[in-house]
Design a protein around this ligand. Sequence first.
Ligand SMILES: [Fe+2]
Length: 182
Amino acid sequence: MTGEVARELAESELAEVLPGRWRHVQAVAAQAERLSAIPGVTGQVLVAAAWLHDIGYAPDLHDTGFHPIDGGRFLRKLGADDRLVCLVAHHSCAVYEARVRGLEDVLLAEFPQEASVTYDALVFCDLTTGPAGQAVTYMERVDEIRDLYGPDHEVAGALELSEADLSACCERTLARLDSQLM
Ligand SMILES: [Fe+2]
């Protein structure tokens, strides 16, 4: 799926019903465009995944109630490329929140997990973009999520589990960006 098709699909599902989410998604996609030039990144897949990563928040896609799985299932039904589908289903270390929600087996059974330069870059794009699309550092973003949900919420519990992996994805991407500039 091209970035343009992915953009149109995301816009049709999110722009009207979830305008804040749509602003975030547009900024994540812009960040993905910038990171497409990192050696080893599959640019077209990264950009399409950035446009589609949060599509599972669209109310009419509601299935399990966990947006990475709901987005992945929706895209698979549409016949999207399997790599793209799985990147969406696993974006930002979704496996940890799936575990907290009792959905880890479902996620892993339906969507193989990819470890790659492209995956790392997608995590970086999402975590360096705030809820209204503003640029943030990933550490600011992690703190903000923790503050937003409070310590007892399942998202905060998942963050506790995923923080080391999220940081590692972001650090590797930062190092690749640095070596690109040298
Ligand atoms: Fe996101």
